[in-house]
Design a protein around this ligand. Structure first.
Ligand SMILES: Nc1ncnc2c1ncn2[C@@H]1O[C@H](COP(=O)(O)OP(=O)(O)OP(=O)(O)O)[C@@H](O)[C@H]1O
Ligand SMILES: [Mg+2]
Length: 495
């Protein structure tokens, strides 16, 4: 809207107020450290060290890199809140956007930020101290001697060292608590860093990131190197000429991985919660485990994770925020993502229902439980044609046989589905079927053998049926022993 200017006045922000407000953009320690690491990677670092000194009175955190470093003029520019316009076109490997991250991330955790940097051998240091800005109400940067900067001696070649002191939001007042808290928070942060930057930490030309000399492991949420991981077809979608690459994956079913791996890939929130899109901007993870409001997180799709790769030229369209921790797909992409989700129910569902289907799809199998699907309803019931049931029922008189059928129906109708579902979702390995004692197994083998033989099956056919039916399948060695004994006995009896 055009106004006719009558008079104008400059209204600069109050330094003492704005600098305090910049602290509350919503960073956590994890997102703050990731934002500083973004700068190191953009500067071409191959080695990044997270350093920590948890002593309460001098507690400090350092992020040291061996990237290109900055000249003094560049350092001064880097210290400026709003050092570059978000509208600038950035180099295609640049992880920055707003010209704010270094400052906002650091202020969110500390009141004293030092940047020491060396470029072409020449060292420069600059400090933002929030107490000085607040006291003077001026945007004043100090230039300390490098000897005053913790860990400055480790900046031997070109590179940059960011140091946070006065950690008022991280460190408690009492020393033992302070140390424990900071150590715990940093080890959680190490996990987050290994996750967010996993694609930088693996493969050729990989970057090394260490916390107090302990190297961080990448965590690839797609379990890409496991043979049972299903990689579905990749698709490239173009938005304004910029590529968006989408790669759906179905993680391995729990019987294909070790317990430790199953838990690790579930993540602390579990598989159901962690299904969804994993959005990477320039290979750096921005958001994970969300369907962007396009679908519900269902149990059936809990093994589905979909990688989306976007370039930094689409930041505005995806509404990437300063912290690089949230994004929203632009409308034309939403439609395509919705279609991808629709197609996805299938693979993830298949991994889970294959085992159920196997129970009923083969006529030779003898299920104790049957699963039947009618339109949208799935019901489980006991299979009264199972030889163990039929032979028992045959021995009863009509009244008792009717009672027996009612009893079986009662058992099937009171299957505790909700509890089963909850237990299996929480930890499938803890849900086990009770063991059958040897005498019961023997009785079931006898009855079943006898019934099947009467039905005209050969010995080898009987063995094949039993091999795939419960309770014999799960007790196969004993069943096989019993089978040969029973067939000898029954053969002798027939002669
Ligand atoms: N470790 C570093 N090595 C070299 N240069 C750096 C380093 N950290 C920051 N800089 C310089 O300082 C500038 C400001 O960094 P800052 O994180 O505030 O903004 P940005 O990275 O440009 O954008 P964003 O706000 O999205 O992070 C960077 O653009 C870069 O030029
Ligand atoms: Mg940055």
């Amino acid at each position: 809207m055009a106004h006719r200017t009558v008079r104008e006045r400059e209204v600069p922000p109050r330094a003492s107020v704005l600098i305090e407000s910049l602290r509350d953009v919503g960073y956590s320690l994890q997102t703050a450290i990731a934002d500083v690491i973004d700068n190191s990677l953009t500067a071409g670092a191959k080695r990044i060290d997270l350093l920590a000194d948890p002593q309460a009175d001098s507690a400090a955190i350092g992020i040291l890199d061996d990237g290109a470093g900055m000249t003094e003029a560049e350092l001064l520019e880097a210290m400026r809140p709003g050092s570059r316009s978000p509208r600038d076109e950035r180099d295609e490997s640049d992880l920055g956007r707003f010209g704010l991250g270094l400052k906002t991330a650091s202020f969110s955790q500390c009141r004293h930020l030092t940047v020491a940097t060396r470029k072409h051998g020449s060292l420069s240091c600059a400090v933002w101290d929030l107490d000085i800005v607040t006291a003077t109400n001026k945007w004043l940067v100090q230039f300390p001697e490098s000897t005053e900067v913790p860990w400055a001696d480790r900046l031997t070649g070109d590179g940059t060292l960011v140091v946070w002191q006065k950690l008022d939001r991280l460190v408690g007042r009492t020393e033992p608590t302070a140390q424990r808290d900071l150590t715990r928070q940093l080890s959680e942060t190490a996990g987050h860093v290994g996750f967010v930057f996993h694609r930088f930490l693996a493969g050729r030309g990989r970057v090394r990131i260490a916390l107090n000399r302990h190297e961080l492991e990448p965590f690839d949420p797609f379990h890409s190197d496991h043979p049972a991981t299903q990689h579905h077809s990749q698709e490239t979608f173009s938005l304004g000429g910029q590529p968006i690459v989408i790669r759906p994956v179905t993680l391995p079913h729990h019987d294909k991985v070790s317990t430790a791996k199953w838990k690790r890939f579930a993540g602390p929130e579990g598989y159901t919660q962690n299904q969804g899109f994993y959005l990477y901007r320039n290979r750096r993870l921005i958001v994970h485990g969300t369907w962007f409001g396009l679908a519900r997180k269902a149990e059936l799709t809990k093994l589905s994770r979909v990688l989306i790769d976007i370039p930094n030229s689409l930041d505005a369209e995806w509404k990437i925020d300063v912290k690089k921790a949230s994004a929203q797909p632009p409308p034309p992409v939403r439609e395509r993502l919705r279609q991808i989700i629709d197609g996805l129910g299938v693979p993830s569902k298949r991994a889970y229902t294959a085992r159920g289907a196997r129970l009923t799809d083969d006529r030779n199998r003898l299920p104790v439980w049957t699963r039947s699907q009618n339109k949208n309803r799935i019901t489980y019931g006991l299979n009264l044609d199972h030889p163990v049931f039929t032979s028992f029922s045959e021995r009863l008189d009509t009244g008792a046989s009717r009672e027996f059928h009612k009893l079986v129906k009662l058992v099937a109708s009171s299957l505790p589905l909700a509890a089963l579902f909850a237990d299996v979702s929480a930890d499938p390995r803890r849900v086990v079927t009770p063991r059958l004692d040897a005498r019961s197994l023997e009785q079931h083998v006898r009855t079943t053998c006898c019934t099947l033989r009467r039905a005209g099956l050969s010995e080898s056919e009987i063995e094949a049926v039993l091999r795939s039916a419960e309770p014999f399948k799960s007790n196969w060695d004993q069943t096989l022993g019993l089978l040969s004994r029973v067939s000898t006995e029954q053969g002798a009896a027939r002669r």
